[in-house]
Ligand binder design. Structure first.
Ligand SMILES: Cc1cc2nc3c(=O)[nH]c(=O)nc-3n(C[C@H](O)[C@H](O)[C@H](O)COP(=O)(O)OP(=O)(O)OC[C@H]3O[C@@H](n4cnc5c(N)ncnc54)[C@H](O)[C@@H]3O)c2cc1C
Length: 227
């Protein structure tokens, strides 16, 4: 199959690029290895400065309908001490939305723009043949196919190792960082506040109130592992 552009990864970067390129009249293939909706390690907070981008991508209304309450304050927790401050609110306020919903909204918007979706399909090899890129994708159950385009965008994120020349190679590290995420029900944290927590040992975490239908806070963070 030939396209103008192949994009590997239907996260926020891949789907956004796919929408913008399809609107310019390019034929776009979007390759995603996971079925959606899927969860992802992320704090799931979107600052207000992104709202015009969501608007342009045609998903702002759906995002507003599904996202959690406006985050009007930020609070730094360290032991028993809490320092809090208002969010600027110049461009409105940020809110949180699970990546299962957020990424599906963007992926579906790409589909509406005519982007050809290959999902779940894992990109496994990339080579250059007569001035074009050939991407081999694993279509599951032992099947594979080759996509060809003059341009390939590697929007597969930076955390996972893969077999592409753009992926993390064996032996290269992630600076010893471990990312984690959890949802907590019944938390007594204020629903308009984003708490940032610092722990001993290079660990930081933040929490964001999730939408009303999901009575929980999302917590995510990163910790530097001992070498
Ligand atoms: C702990 C933590 C908390 C964070 N909190 C926030 C936050 O609150 N707000 C915020 O804005 N950002 C946050 N981030 C950052 C945010 O998660 C990233 O910036 C964002 O996910 C990057 O988007 P992306 O589209 O580039 O890549 P990703 O979201 O990683 O998407 C990459 C996609 O590519 C797919 N893929 C990978 N390899 C292949 C392959 N070989 N073939 C096909 N598909 C493939 C993956 O399945 C995935 O869907 C956080 C990150 C971490 C680690």
């Amino acid at each position: 199959m030939t396209h103008d552009v192949i994009i590997v990864g239907a996260g926020p970067a891949g789907s956004t690029a796919a929408i913008e390129l399809a609107r310019q009249g390019r034929s776009v293939a979007l390759v995603e290895k996971d079925e959606f909706p899927r969860r992802k390690v992320c704090g799931e907070y979107m600052s207000a400065t992104n709202i015009p981008v969501l608007q342009r991508l045609g998903v702002a209304e759906a995002w507003r309908d599904r996202a959690g309450p406006e985050i009007r304050k930020v609070a730094l927790f360290a032991g028993q001490r809490i320092v809090s401050a208002p969010m600027p609110g110049r461009d409105g306020f940020g809110r949180a939305l699970g990546r299962d919903v957020h990424d599906t909204l963007l992926r579906d918007a790409a589909g509406r723009e005519g982007v050809e979706l290959y999902q779940p399909c894992r990109a496994v090899a990339l080579c250059r043949v007569r001035g074009r890129h050939e991407l081999t994708i694993d279509t599951g159950s032992g099947g594979s196919m080759t996509l060809s385009a003059p341009v390939v965008i590697a929007a597969h994120g930076s955390w996972e190792r893969n077999t592409l020349p753009t992926g993390l190679q064996k032996g290269s590290g992630t600076n010893g960082l471990l990312g984690f995420k959890a949802h907590f029900r019944g938390a007594s944290l204020a629903r308009d506040t984003m708490p940032l927590l610092a722990f001993p040992g290079d660990m930081a975490a933040s929490c964001g109130p999730m939408p009303d239908g999901c009575p929980c806070h999302a917590a995510s963070g990163a910790r530097r592992l001992p070498r």
